[in-house]
Design a protein around this ligand. Structure first.
Ligand code: UDP
Length: 448
């Protein structure tokens, strides 16, 4: 009989997708899969008939918070404080089920730090999944030290200065982790808990690949010596997760078929980022003035204070025939489409990695969490994108789109992106770094 792996994703889109892809990967290697999921953003279990799903009924906890970004942090902390008993009941029922295969280990999202301690007490081996880059592990690891040194909270006047402490180059002060109005005390506590929990785990799995992140892994392991497995990009090892929380509008793919190769700008800010109405209007006119074809994802609820997509007068006429607004995209297919020439993104890690895999250069407009740091790597380390700095304004948007899509600078960026895409394609070959790391991970899990 094979062994069973238990997995618990954090219930947000950018965390559910990689965890389900990891589940599919382990399933393809002979492990049975049990997924714990929450009542907030539950996973559609009918799409995965071969897995066992267990609902951890977190009740009303999630609803106590708003959709403001800082509340994602407050919700995570509340879940950790309140879900222990619920998760204990779910976990012990699985562990005592004699009809199930023997359990190999539990894989927890990094943000489930309290559940990590619980699993330790029950003697269940754990691995932590980091759905961001390996660099973000170092940003979280050093956060409390930066607070002690008085670097965080960052003074507005210092935001463009390089961080010279704690080997965090090439980050600038303004690229350091922050989440809306969330206080630095709260973030410092959260990251300290998460790093302490990782120290007690059997290892960390990261959705990244060595060619872009191995020096960050070395830095991390010097400070926290646990095994680290870089096994990304996960979506290239399995069919992408079938777990979209919104229904993708696939009509955009037919529309893309009618567009010139490399001509379309894909605009999407992921599942959580929002903009105010003024930024929305500036974005609309920036897109229109660029005269470049575009697909723009305007997620329901993503324009603050507006229930509907309230487009400015004249916008439809100005963009008719060359613009498409949709509420959710089949992002993998869109990025892989030959007509797409650039991606205006918030630089969530999944989106960044998906763009790299398809060789699509980026216009970066990060908002919170690791997005600023990811954008810094895109523009200043891999040099495969340009950043929109400061307040969104239509002229600046138009200029950035033209720089990337029609000017010589854009051609150079595209060339570097082709090289990076090639490196990503090498790591998934049978002797590539991520494939080798997956074999190591499978052996490691089998040894529990
Ligand atoms: N995504 C999608 N359609 C969209 C926008 C996003 O399928 O219209 C997917 C995207 O492919 C990625 C995930 O949602 O896998 C977003 O994760 P990311 O880390 O980029 O950002 P987050 O939503 O966590 O801020």
């Amino acid at each position: 009989m094979g062994k069973r792996v238990l997995l618990f994703p954090l219930p947000y889109q950018g965390h559910i997708n990689p965890m389900l892809e990891l589940a599919a990967l382990l399933h393809s290697r002979g492990f049975s899969i049990t997924i714990f999921h929450a009542t907030f953003n539950p996973i559609d279990s009918t799409k995965y008939p071969s897995y066992r799903f267990i609902l951890v009924e977190d009740g009303e906890i999630a609803n106590r918070f708003t959709s403001a970004v800082e509340d994602t942090v407050h919700r995570i902390i509340a879940w950790n404080n309140s879900c222990e008993q619920l998760f204990y009941d779910c976990l012990t029922s699985v562990l005592s089920d004699k009809n199930e295969e023997p359990n190999a280990c539990l894989i927890l999202d990094m943000h489930w730090y309290n559940l990590q301690y619980l699993a330790n007490r029950l003697g269940v081996p754990t691995l932590v999944l980091r759905t961001g880059s390996a660099a973000t592990l170092n940003w979280c690891r050093t956060y409390a030290q930066l607070v002690q040194k008085g670097i965080i909270p960052v003074q507005e006047s210092q935001s463009s200065m390089l961080v010279t402490e704690l080997a965090l180059a090439p980050l600038r002060m303004g690229d350091l982790l922050r989440v809306g109005n969330c206080s630095h005390e709260v973030l410092s506590d959260l990251y300290t808990h998460e790093m302490d929990a990782i120290r007690t785990s059997s290892g960390v799995i990261v959705n990244t690949f060595d060619a872009i992140d191995s020096t960050e892994v070395e830095k991390f392991q010097k400070a926290i010596p646990v095994p680290v497995f870089c096994i990304g990009p996960l979506h290239k090892f399995t069919p992408p997760a079938r777990s979209s929380l919104l229904i993708p509008d696939c009509s955009c793919l037919e529309w893309l078929d009618t567009q010139v190769v490399g001509s379309v700008l894909y605009v999407s800010f992921g599942s959580l980022a929002c903009m105010n109405y003024e930024e929305f209007i500036e974005t609309a006119w920036g897109l229109a003035k660029s005269e470049q074809p575009f697909i723009w994802v305007v997620r329901p609820g993503s324009i603050l204070g507006k229930d509907a997509v309230d487009l400015p007068d004249g916008f439809i006429e100005a963009t008719s025939g060359h613009g498409k607004i949709i509420s959710w995209a089949p992002q993998h297919e869109v990025l892989a489409h030959a007509a797409v020439g650039a991606f205006w993104t918030h630089n969530g890690w999944n989106s960044t990695l998906e763009a790299i895999c398809e060789g699509v250069p980026m216009i970066c407009k990060p908002q919170f969490s690791d997005q600023m740091g990811n954008a810094r790597y895109v523009t200043h380390v891999w040099k495969v994108g340009i950043k929109l700095e400061g307040k969104l304004e239509r002229g600046m948007i138009e200029k950035a789109i033209k720089r990337l899509m029609t000017e010589d600078e854009g051609a150079e960026i595209r060339q570097r992106m082709r090289t990076l895409k090639h490196e990503a394609s090498l790591c998934i070959k049978s002797d590539g770094s991520s494939s080798v790391n997956i074999d190591k991970l499978v052996n490691f899990i089998s040894s529990f």
